[in-house]
Design a protein around this ligand. Structure first.
Ligand SMILES: Cc1ncc(COP(=O)(O)O)c(C=O)c1O
Length: 333
């Protein structure tokens, strides 16, 4: 967490007895500014998880009111919250496997699932995807989203967009600005680059009409005072944001160098984690890393032989690569 954010939280304790209206309003203004949209195009969440939930619930409610069916279509594997929130309210979820050649979203097959459905479809598209850390081809995605009929909605989860280095990446916020807007919601978070996961701050960007519909399903006053002031202070702390990005890049480079040395394949990481090959049984590898005090993430079925590794600080990753190399010496990876 940035020192400025910590100080802002401490300073806010004196007014902890008040509701956070002013701080929420200030954060909405700031978030609108950095996304070049209007304040009416922002909905704050208690983490972007809440924004994901509101999209699913709002559309389920719309379907009920209009007497239509509703389904959520997700690539597989991907970040599970859209699926979990849908399942909890009995919305069917269709999982479309990633392509086998490069673990990309199979846009055509996802589209087919919607084509064969008489009702409202929500596509949850995590870009960069978690757990693969790869981005979806911008031209194809934009074309698809831009030409979708009105009963198709796109939830673009850009939790890791600040880490993307591929110049072809374009945020869905650009398309919302260009008025492809009615069927797109982009969700973003302060939990990753801004290092505020425990403060629970995220947001959705969409058209003013869509935001008004989503706001009916948020928990009122959702962003707490500490989270709001911490988020504001972090956005103003350019040195910290640069440090956060720089250290993530250093960590990624260190891990990639080691994986190259060891001949272990990995997908081109555009996020703060890396999806890489492990020879041998992945669960055994995870258990062995744990014995060294290192929590390395997990396998994501149906993809086998790969592990998702979160990038910690460079000093932490230096420990990780030494342990990984020692595993190689033992013939374990
Ligand atoms: C892709 C993705 N989206 C959303 C979230 C949820 O983040 P938060 O609720 O902290 O904003 C995560 C958390 O790991 C994530 O990986």
């Amino acid at each position: 967490m940035s020192d400025a954010a910590k100080q802002a939280v401490i300073d806010s304790l004196d007014i902890g007895f008040r509701y956070p209206d002013d701080q929420r309003a200030a954060l909405i203004t700031k978030v609108a500014e950095i996304n070049s949209v209007t304040e009416s195009q922002i909905s704050l969440g208690s983490g972007s998880s809440e924004n994901i939930r509101t999209v699913v619930q709002m559309l389920q409610n719309q379907a009920l009111v209009e007497g239509k069916k509703f389904q959520v279509i997700v690539p597989h594997p991907t970040f599970a919250y859209a699926e979990l929130y849908a399942t909890s309210i009995n919305v069917p979820v269709v999982k479309v496997p990633l392509t086998t050649e490069n673990y990309a979203f199979d846009l055509q097959s996802m589209q087919k699932v919607a084509d064969g459905f008489d009702g409202i479809s929500l596509f949850y598209l995590c870009n960069p995807n978690n757990p693969t850390s790869t981005i979806t081809d911008t031209v194809k995605l934009k074309e698809w989203v831009g030409h979708a009929p009105s009963n198709r909605y796109f939830l673009l989860d850009e939790a890791y967009s600040e880490y993307v280095t591929d110049p072809s990446f374009e945020s869905g916020v650009t398309w919302i600005r260009e008025e492809y807007s009615e069927n797109i919601v982009v969700v973003r978070t302060f939990s990753k680059l801004c290092a505020l996961a425990g403060m629970r701050v995220g947001y959705a960007v969409a058209s003013p009409q869509m935001i008004a519909r989503l706001e009916a399903f948020i928990s009122i006053d959702n962003t707490n005072l500490a989270g709001a002031v911490a988020a504001l202070a972090t956005l103003d702390d350019e040195d910290f944001l640069a440090l956060s990005l720089r250290t993530a890049n250093q960590s990624r480079q260190l891990v990639e160098r080691t994986l190259d040395e060891l001949g272990l394949r990995y997908l081109p990481s555009q996020a703060s984690f890396i999806f890489h090959e492990i020879k041998g049984d992945v669960q055994t590898y995870i258990d062995r890393m744990r014995e060294h005090g290192i929590a390395v993430g997990r396998e994501f079925a149906p993809i086998t032989g790969f592990n998702r590794l979160t990038l910690g600080r460079p000093d932490e990753m230096a420990v990780f690569v030494e342990v990984l190399k020692s595993f190689r010496e033992k013939g374990w990876v």
